[in-house]
Structures are given as structure tokens and as C-alpha cells.
Design a protein around this ligand. Structure first.
Ligand code: IMP
Ligand code: MG
Length: 174
């Protein structure tokens, strides 16, 4: 794996996830929440956030959708493929939709509509990274880890052709 320039360090990510969990716990109107993540980019953040929410006294269930928009390149194709739908019944549940990056907004918007069709008691959205300059579809983000400019980033769930997801920091190619 070629070395990357670090954009957001492991320590900064860890601290921000703890702070986000505190913000989320303060806003949630419930002692429990269902975290819903589009596979696969959401997995790393979701795992850390689930444990940080536990530390704030929140009980967590997990559910997933398998969505993809990028193929193997660095440009969104603009359409969303769903290879797997939600498994839990979210009716009446408090749901937090999580993802690695809000880019064009299409993935989160698609996932949000799927969740809303279940008629949850509430729906909030949390992302690690927001690239507001890239937005094409409006989506309400309730919790944002970091705002970044229009860069293609890797790590902490974000991939290029399925690689780099395991990096504990966010980096960019040199
Ligand atoms: P959107 O549908 O355009 O908002 O894109 C959302 C998905 O594209 C995210 O969940 C990421 O998985 C992926 N994505 C967006 N920007 C990047 C990036 O800079 N690096 C890697 N994946 C990205
Ligand atoms: Mg992705």
C-alpha cells in the first residue's frame, strides 16, 4: 500500500467520535437507538460510534443496507444500487443513519427514504466527513465529524476499489 498524506489523524477521529456520541446522547429522546449504515463504508464509524454510545449509556441495535454508487472509480455514477435491504422493522424506533462521507448526498438521501418508509419514531443522520461543495441532493445532516474540501479521501471506511477501508486515519493520495 502506497503511503498517504494524513488529513485527519487517528487521535482526532477518536476524540471526535466520543464528542459526537455525547452530542447524540444529549439529543436522542430515547435510551436506545438503531444505527443504520449503508455497507460497506459505514462499518468502521458505526463500530466505533456504537461503543462510544454505549459509554454514554445508550443501548444500540445495528442494521445495514448494501448500497453502492461508485463502482471502482473515484467518481460517483449518480445511481444507487441496493444489493441488500434493511432487515429490522424500524416502525416506532429511534433511528440514527450513519455513513462515512456525505458527498453528492445521493446515498444518504436514498437510505433516508428507505428508513422513513418504515415510519420510525425519529430519524437523525451522522457522518464522519461532509463535503458540502459536492452536494447535488439536499439531505439533512444532524451530526458531522469534519467538513472537508472536495478531495478524494481514503481510510476509516472510505475505499478506493475496496482498499484502504481499514486505515485508522483519513488520508489522501500523494
Ligand atoms: P454520495 O452518494 O455521492 O453522497 O456518496 C456517498 C458514498 O460515496 C459514501 O458513502 C462513500 O462511501 C463514497 N465516497 C464519497 N466520497 C468519497 C471519497 O472521497 N473517498 C471514498 N469514498 C467516497
Ligand atoms: Mg464507499
Amino acid at each position: 500500500m502506497e503511503p498517504l498524506d494524513i488529513l485527519i489523524s487517528r487521535e482526532a477521529l477518536q476524540q471526535r467520535v466520543v464528542a459526537l456520541a455525547q452530542e447524540i446522547a444529549a439529543v436522542l429522546q430515547s435510551p436506545d437507538v438503531v444505527l443504520v449504515g449503508p455497507l460497506k463504508g459505514a462499518v468502521v464509524f458505526m463500530a466505533d460510534l456504537a461503543r462510544a454510545l454505549h459509554d454514554e449509556g445508550v443501548e444500540v441495535c445495528l442494521d445495514f443496507m448494501a448500497l453502492s454508487s461508485y463502482g471502482d472509480g473515484t467518481e460517483s455514477r449518480g445511481t444507487i444500487d441496493m444489493a441488500m435491504d434493511l432487515q429490522l422493522d424500524l416502525a416506532g424506533r429511534h433511528v440514527l443513519l450513519v455513513d462515512d462521507i456525505a458527498d453528492t448526498g445521493r446515498t444518504l438521501s436514498f437510505a433516508r427514504e428507505r428508513v422513513l418508509a418504515h415510519q420510525p419514531a425519529s430519524l437523525l443522520i451522522a457522518v464522519v466527513l461532509d463535503k458540502p461543495s459536492r452536494r447535488e441532493v439536499d439531505v439533512p445532516l444532524d451530526f458531522v465529524g469534519f467538513e472537508i474540501p472536495d478531495l478524494f479521501v481514503l481510510g476509516y471506511g472510505a475505499d478506493l476499489a475496496q482498499r484502504y477501508r481499514e486505515l485508522p486515519y483519513i488520508g489522501v493520495k500523494r
